[in-house]
Design a protein around this ligand. Structure first.
Ligand code: 3PZ
Ligand code: ZN
Length: 318
């Protein structure tokens, strides 16, 4: 049974999140706000509707999240962190507004998070949380800013390679079990570093395509429930490996479409659950990777629209 795609409702849903600012149940708590802006504007971009959210206000908000050390927090007054710094840079890049910030200051902040010995990257200056996600975030921020040459890329690659498991996948840290989310960040990081030669392609592609469940949806690990956001973590990984055709696309499309809210718009983690902006974006991103209808193509490495991704300078071009 074919399910309809409610594009106009999704656009209205994302716009409605922005106008609820004065309401008590405001869509995302402050510690998620900058992430929400990135997921929201990216979702609109994929539907050719980026300008449905006010550009100037968005840029002003993003800039108000920046600290004097160059890092960004999720909301004014919250501590800076690498993940929010990535969201900020992605939003400013999407809005073609990177000239409004001091790129060298942001670069210095990101570079200061890398351990010179192990190549690992911390999430912030105060904690000692390290993982593959932060290596990807650091590489991506600097790739967008055009300052990749400031990072110890060989060391970062060494760290990612130490997170590789016997099943071909990658975990959060060396020795941790393979998980689709971490596999995506590891593969995307290796792709930015132009070191995909280190990947066990066949073994990993098998592990990834086995994430498809009888419902058509993809899960993050064996024995787990399928979830729309894994349409992104798993599909982008297969796409980076050139093996997108190893899964059943029409069944996955149906799984994502069934998770739509056909009244208020938006996409949930699975059919019947509450929608949110995170699953709306990753559902659309998955559909885009599969070439669904007239969505903007998305780049599997940068998680940005393909037409913007082509502007990013490659490692070998420095
Ligand atoms: C969700 N975060 O830690 S979170 C996130 N999850 O900030 C945002 N699939 O309770 C929204 N689960 C919804 N809007 C969920 C971002 C998580 C991922 C949770 C989730 C998604 C299943 C349980 C971690 C990139 C960035 C962050 C993550 C992953 C990838 C939550 C729980 C956690 C978080 C936020 C809300 C609703 C939205
Ligand atoms: Zn999810």
């Amino acid at each position: 049974m074919a399910v309809e795609f409610f594009q106009d409702k999704h656009i209205q849903y994302i716009k409605s999140l922005d106008t609820k600012q004065d309401e008590l149940e405001y869509w995302l708590s402050e510690h998620l706000r900058l992430g929400g802006v990135y997921w929201g504007v990216s979702a609109l971009y994929l539907m050719h509707a980026k300008d449905e959210l006010p550009r100037d206000e968005m840029i002003k908000f993003v800039k108000s999240c920046q600290h004097s050390n160059g890092g960004f927090g999720p909301h004014p007054g919250h501590d800076p962190h690498l993940l929010y710094t990535l969201y900020a840079i992605q939003v400013l890049f999407i809005q073609d507004a990177l000239s409004e910030i001091d790129k060298d200051l942001v670069t210095k902040y990101v570079v200061s998070l890398q351990d010179q010995e192990t190549g690992a990257v911390r999430g912030d200056l105060t904690g000692d949380e390290i993982d593959t996600r932060f290596v990807y975030s650091a590489l991506l921020v600097l790739a967008i800013l055009g300052t990749l040459d400031q990072l110890k890329i060989d060391k970062a690659v060494e760290f990612i390679d130490r997170c590789k498991n016997y099943d071909g996948g990658y975990g959060l840290v060396p020795g941790a079990e393979s998980h689709s989310g971490q596999i995506f960040t590891a593969l995307a990081a290796l792709s930015i570093a132009e070191r995909l030669d280190l990947v066990d392609r066949d073994l990993l592609s098998w592990w990834l395509c086995e994430r498809q469940t009888p419902s058509g949806g993809l899960n993050g690990r064996p024995e787990k429930l399928p979830d729309v956001c894994y349409s992104w973590w798993v599909l982008s990984s297969l796409s980076i490996l050139g093996r997108l055709d190893w899964i059943d696309k029409s069944k996955l499309q149906e799984f994502i479409l069934q998770a739509q809210d056909d009244e208020q718009g938006g996409i949930a983690d699975r059919k019947g659950d509450m929608v949110d902006v995170f699953h709306t974006f990753f559902g659309l991103a998955g559909l885009s990777l599969m070439g669904y209808e007239n969505l903007e193509p998305i780049n599997p490495v940068y998680a940005l629209p393909e037409r913007l991704a082509t502007k990013i300078k490659k490692c070998s071009e420095y």
